[in-house]
Design a protein around this ligand. Structure first.
Ligand code: GLN
Length: 480
């Protein structure tokens, strides 16, 4: 192994080589990650560290490696956003309402990681039920961005991003309903993929807005994202919305270097007043580079752009209000102590157990679903969603990819948008499009602003074109 490079900066294939050659053990590797978690505790990225379990797993996998029976991900140290069930380990979705909950089963994605001998190191802090863009909505306090601890890491998978950023783990599984994997990846200088809706089973993922929710992958390396996706994707009898389409060999990254692509960018995203000028410059520079390399890059109009964010916030809150109705203090989780009858049990449990933002969304969602407003909001938003998807699919008849910024700004200061929810929702301006349409999207690093804060460029592809998307991302990164 190249000892000159730190262990934490290597992509998994290199680590695996060292493990297979006996130059490194899973126990050593796990200990190095545990030491970093301890060292960087102040960032608040992990809610629970599974030290003993992880070390035990590492010992078992070391033996398998010796016997040459180890799985595809042997020794890959993974962290889980506090939204994914890991049997008999705590899960709270960043919320007080799930106090004391230990899932009795594994999420399908988690089970598939374990089957391939990945090591699960802990559960990671996030915005409550995935609702937020800064990780300030966690019942366990905010996560800090290691590049500047006065700034947010993005959200809602903020803990997952910071854990990878600092080398506390190699890969994190997050969830992306409106950008929660891509936005924190952009803020922390990482690669973050939201696959096509229905590519990865949602079984065992705490539900926020079921028709948008996707499990996604965060890493420093495109290769590792591809490999993990290959393991977790595919048919699952526990998720009725899953696609039965074959899973491609994502890890054999398509060599995009010699291909010439047709790429579109929406004038509404690059010429947008809210876009930080340095991000615009970085995107324009990338576009010029691509053109210089012989790709066709064209600007297109996307008039529905202004409806994307409202459509998302109407539908996501409606689905959330329904999904979160199951938390009533009766079956599991937190239960208020000062109750007098059943109605007060529900009321007090939910008022004390849910944070402010979650309550706001439940109220909003209940409102748009109420009989007087259903047609004006919910039903209309469903129709607009279909129009947005149709228009995006049409773009992919002519183009391979759509390119845009991942976020309107780089990492903002803690507290900067806390008092203004609409300002906070604007952080998702560019990321929600892929969730509304259901197509895959990735954020990859694309330079930095004058403060040295990372900029993310987002690439969207047609349904199930993850392999092509990952190959192109790798090429884009190598152009830096
Ligand atoms: N920030 C968005 C929201 O609050 C997206 C969250 C997510 O993708 N889970 O809804």
């Amino acid at each position: 192994m190249t000892r000159s490079k730190s262990l934490q900066s290597l992509a998994y294939p290199e680590i695996r080589q060292s493990l297979d050659r006996g130059e490194l053990t899973c126990v050593e590797l796990t200990k190095s990650h545990l030491a970093l978690i301890e060292n960087k505790k102040h960032l608040n990225a992990f809610l629970t560290v599974f030290s003993d379990d992880a070390l035990q797993q590492a010992e078992v996998i070391d033996l398998k490696i010796k016997k040459r029976t180890a799985g595809k991900l042997a020794g890959l140290v993974v962290g889980l956003k506090d939204m994914l069930c890991y049997k008999d380990h705590p899960l709270q979705a960043g919320s007080k309402i799930l106090d004391g909950y230990f899932p009795p089963y594994n999420a399908t994605a988690v089970q598939r990681l374990l089957d391939e001998d990945a090591i699960i190191i802990g559960r990671q802090n996030c915005d409550e039920f995935g609702m937020g863009s800064s990780n300030e909505n966690s019942a366990f306090g905010p996560v800090l961005n290691d590049l500047d601890i006065g700034r947010v890491p993005g959200g809602s998978s903020g803990g997952s991003a910071v854990a990878v950023q600092t080398g506390m783990c190699q890969v994190s599984l997050g969830s992306d309903t409106g950008g929660s994997v891509r936005q924190p990846s952009a803020f922390c200088g990482l690669v973050g993929l939201k696959p096509t809706y229905s590519r990865v089973s949602r079984f065992g993922l705490a539900a926020y807005a079921s028709s948008f929710d996707c499990i996604g992958v965060i890493s420093k390396h495109v290769e590792d994202v591809a490999l993990v996706l290959e393991v977790i994707a595919g048919a699952d009898e526990n998720d009725s919305t899953i696609s039965r389409k074959d899973v491609e060999n994502y890890s054999e990254l398509e060599h995009a270097a010699f291909k010439k692509f047709r790429i579109a960018y929406m004038s509404e995203t690059v010429e947008n007043d809210v876009l930080q000028p340095e991000i615009k410059d970085a995107i324009v520079k990338k576009i010029d580079q691509l053109k210089g390399d012989g790709h066709i890059v064209e600007t297109i109009d996307f008039p529905l752009n202004e409806y994307v964010l409202p459509t998302y916030y109407i539908l996501a809150t409606a689905e959330a209000s329904s999904n979160l109705s199951r938390f009533d203090g009766v079956r599991y989780g937190y239960r208020s102590q000062n109750t007098t009858d059943l109605a007060s049990l529900y009321k007090k449990t939910r008022s004390e157990g849910f944070g402010k933002e979650v309550q706001r969304r439940i109220l909003l969602g209940t409102f748009v679903l109420s009989s007087n407003y259903y047609d004006a909001y919910y039903s209309k938003a469903q129709k607009v969603r279909r129009m947005i998807r149709d228009d995006i699919k049409k773009i992919f008849e002519k183009y391979d990819f759509i390119l845009m910024p991942t976020t309107p700004s780089t990492a903002f200061k803690l507290g900067e948008h806390s008092d203004n929810p609409v300002e906070m929702y604007l952080a998702d301006l560019f990321s929600v499009q892929a969730n509304v349409a259901g197509v895959p999207a990735i954020s990859v690093p694309c330079g930095a602003d004058r403060r040295g804060l990372p900029i993310g460029i987002q690439i969207m592809a047609n349904d199930f074109e993850e392999r092509k998307l990952l190959g192109f991302s790798k090429m884009l990164l190598e152009m830096n």
